[in-house]
Design a protein around this ligand. Structure first.
Ligand SMILES: Nc1ncnc2c1ncn2[C@@H]1O[C@H](COP(=O)(O)OP(=O)(O)OP(=O)(O)O)[C@@H](O)[C@H]1O
Ligand SMILES: Nc1ccn([C@H]2C[C@H](O)[C@@H](COP(=O)(O)O)O2)c(=O)n1
Length: 228
């Protein structure tokens, strides 16, 4: 059986992975996996159920039975996400939930419990998957792996503009601190740390527009002839 091709996009928070993965999936007509959403959903559900964010055994159980639906998932992060019957699309995007996600993501049993759920997204005609370990652990056979970065200052600036536009009361320096703390946790953890796969192409988007990033990835897709 020939399995559907996968394009992985890994990188730190605010590098533009989700935006680029969503546009790419839509333009190729492929499926989309926003793996960070799964870790966010788990952290969100844990708080709702009163489960401590360091209770590895209970969190793994919760992860294995997470009742979640992604609706319209080929439309990037605007897809609707339903957790245990409630819409949580916007609620899981806060920096507080992100910090919780980064904490539960450091627990091996949690990552194990979410592995098959992520691999199940690999369906025809193809999959664009964004996260931290898509190229290194979840889809090591992917024919195109992108590691997208940008300076912490630029990523904080982007997040600031994004949250301000939503009407959130945030400070640039606070966001920069949060981004640095999350980078530290995500890159230094013992299991599946954020790092480029050996065969990933590395793109620094600090000085690139979203369109320029997409152009670079599209040319790699054409070079490898993976989208038919
Ligand atoms: N190259 C770019 N230039 C300017 N703004 C960008 C660029 N890429 C993404 N952005 C903007 O930065 C913000 C964060 O992007 P996005 O949510 O895609 O990042 P992310 O890497 O998925 O972050 P996270 O891991 O926290 O979900 C968005 O408002 C997006 O529009
Ligand atoms: N493949 C993944 C995806 C996400 N995480 C963790 C680490 C992140 O800080 C957090 C939230 O992810 P985001 O929505 O910002 O992409 O989830 C991970 O460990 N592995």
């Amino acid at each position: 059986m020939i399995s559907a091709p996968v394009i992985t996009i890994d990188g730190p928070s605010g590098s533009g992975k989700g935006t680029v993965a969503g546009i790419l999936a839509k333009s190729l007509g492929w499926n989309l996996l926003d793996s960070g959403a799964l870790y966010r959903l788990l952290a969100f559900a844990a708080v709702n159920h009163g489960v401590a964010l360091d209770n590895e055994a209970l969190l793994a159980k919760l992860a294995a039975h997470l009742d979640v639906q992604f609706i319209g998932a080929t439309d990037g992060k605007s897809a609707r996400i339903i957790l245990e019957g409630d819409e949580v699309t916007h609620a899981i995007r806060s920096e507080g939930v992100a910090a919780g996600a980064s904490k539960v993501a450091a627990l091996p049993a949690v990552r194990d419990a979410l592995l098959q759920r992520q691999r199940a997204f690999q369906e025809s005609p193809g999959l664009v998957a964004d996260g931290r370990d898509m190229g290194t652990v979840v889809f090591p056979e992917a024919p195109l792996k992108v590691f997208l970065t940008a300076s912490a200052e630029e990523r904080a600036r982007r997040r600031y503009l994004q949250l301000k536009a939503k009407g959130d009361d945030v400070s640039l320096s606070g966001l920069l601190d949060e981004i640095r703390a999350r980078d530290e946790r995500d890159t230094q953890r013992a299991i599946a740390p954020l790092k480029p796969a050996a065969d990933a192409i590395q793109l620094d988007s600090t000085e690139l527009s979203i369109d320029q990033v997409l152009e670079r990835i599209m040319s790699e897709i054409a070079l490898r002839d993976i989208a038919g």
